[in-house]
Design a protein around this ligand. Structure first.
Ligand code: NAD
Ligand code: TDX
Length: 338
């Protein structure tokens, strides 16, 4: 493993992963292959843009010619596949691009990777493919897939494609399924950065439904270290769940963010629920812990503090985002607030 192509490396987790890998492996080169949708932002990578071990290629995973050219030109031997449409709410208002990017894009990438003779292909997926839990229990890798949103259905389809290619062609694929991430560079449409940005601007904090839905949160750097662990030590054809046993009700996260920023709970506004809203996610990560020895490094309270500090110190980063096209998305998604 030497030349890694990271798809979606200009997004939230992808850009954190590029930083993580360049810091950890002096001998690796990283090619960031990203088409720069609304969620892709090269500002996330300004610190490494002059690093000779880093290259950016503007390309679309749905375009076989562009993918093949990048694999050849950079002698890529390994792929870590993040590129996706990633926001559940957007998948409810416009599912087509989710099928195009997440399903068709993954299939195009798989075919190009096979033809190129890739050595290892890590597909980055999500716990949402398992559906929703009741008050008890955990998702294991054996939990049947039951995706409930167009987003999670498209991710489950792409997982199945990777595993089918492994089974049928002996393709060197692995799949990870992680719980909710938070940390620097997360686009402010997602719960935690949206609440931080709104709180800092004294705007209402829109909590869906009764606020009692539960998510299992992991600091993004812990996700990166887990991906690194699976990339180097995982068994081909295997699925690895990733999570830190850190369940929180949405309303409690929002209150924690307000406390951290020093703003009043009166900013909380309950709004119409997300259609088909999954009630609870909780990951059993025994396989990656027991078989590969991965452990998360961050406690939630310190991770949230770091995250709030990052958004405070990088105000121009998210202010540029929320002052552009995002305004139209926000007005449509949260109509009662206007
Ligand atoms: P993101 O939306 O922040 O970034 C996605 C990136 O993919 C962007 O840079 C975008 O420009 C790029 N992209 C989109 N379509 C593309 C295409 N056709 N060709 C090339 N690039 C394209 O997403 P994220 O939150 O960083 O998530 C990354 C991956 O991790 C996704 O596959 C997601 O399903 C998965 N995941 C996310 C979470 C989470 O909590 N955010 C948790 C588990 C798994
Ligand atoms: O304004 C909001 N109000 C609110 O109550 C938003 C944006 C979200 N929520 C709720 C919905 C969820 O219960 O907060 C919870 C988290 O929402 P999101 O940040 O949209 O994340 P989620 O839907 O759980 O999906 C995320 O985790 C799994 C990522 O977006 C996915 O890409 C990943 O696969």
């Amino acid at each position: 493993m030497k030349n890694i192509l990271v798809t979606g490396g200009a997004g939230f987790i992808g850009s954190n992963f590029v930083h993580f890998m360049l810091n950890k492996y002096p001998d690796y080169t990283i090619v960031n292959f990203d088409t720069l949708t609304y969620a892709g932002n090269l500002e996330n990578l300004t610190a490494v843009e002059k690093d000779p071990r880093y290259r950016f290629v503007k390309g679309d995973i749905c375009d076989a010619g562009q993918v093949t050219a990048a694999l050849k030109e950079h002698a890529v031997d390994t792929i870590v596949h993040f590129a996706a449409e990633s926001h559940v709410d957007r998948s409810i208002t416009g599912p087509a691009v989710f099928v195009q990017t997440n399903v068709v894009g993954t299939q195009v990438l798989l075919d190009a990777s096979r033809a190129h003779g890739i050595e290892r292909f890590l597909h980055v997926s999500t716990d949402e493919v398992y559906g929703s839990l009741g008050a008890t229990g955990y998702f294991t890798e054996e939990t049947p897939l039951h995706p409930n949103s167009p987003y999670s259905a498209s991710k489950a389809s792409s997982d199945m494609l990777v595993l089918a290619y492994q089974h049928t062609f002996g393709f060197p694929g692995l799949v990870t399924r992680c719980s909710n991430n938070y940390g620097p560079y997360q686009f402010p449409e997602k719960l935690i950065p949206l609440m931080i940005a709104n709180a800092l601007n004294d705007r209402p904090l829109p909590v869906y439904g009764d606020g009692l839905n539960v998510r299992d949160w992991l600091y993004v750097e812990d996700h990166c270290s887990a991906l690194d662990t699976v990339l180097h030590g995982g068994t081909l054809g295997e699925v690895y769940n990733i999570g830190g046993h850190n369940e929180w009700k949405n309303i409690d996260i929002v209150k924690l963010v307000l406390k951290e920023i020093g703003k009043p709970e009166s900013l909380i506004t309950f709004v119409k629920d997300r259609p088909g809203h999954d009630r609870r996610y909780a990951i059993d990560a025994a396989r990656i812990k027991n078989d590969l020895g991965w452990v998360p490094a961050y406690q939630f309270e310190s991770g949230i503090k770091r995250t709030v500090q990052w958004y405070l110190q990088n105000r121009p980063w998210w202010e540029r985002i929320i002052s552009g096209e995002y305004k139209n998305y926000y007005a449509a998604q949260y109509p009662v607030q206007h």
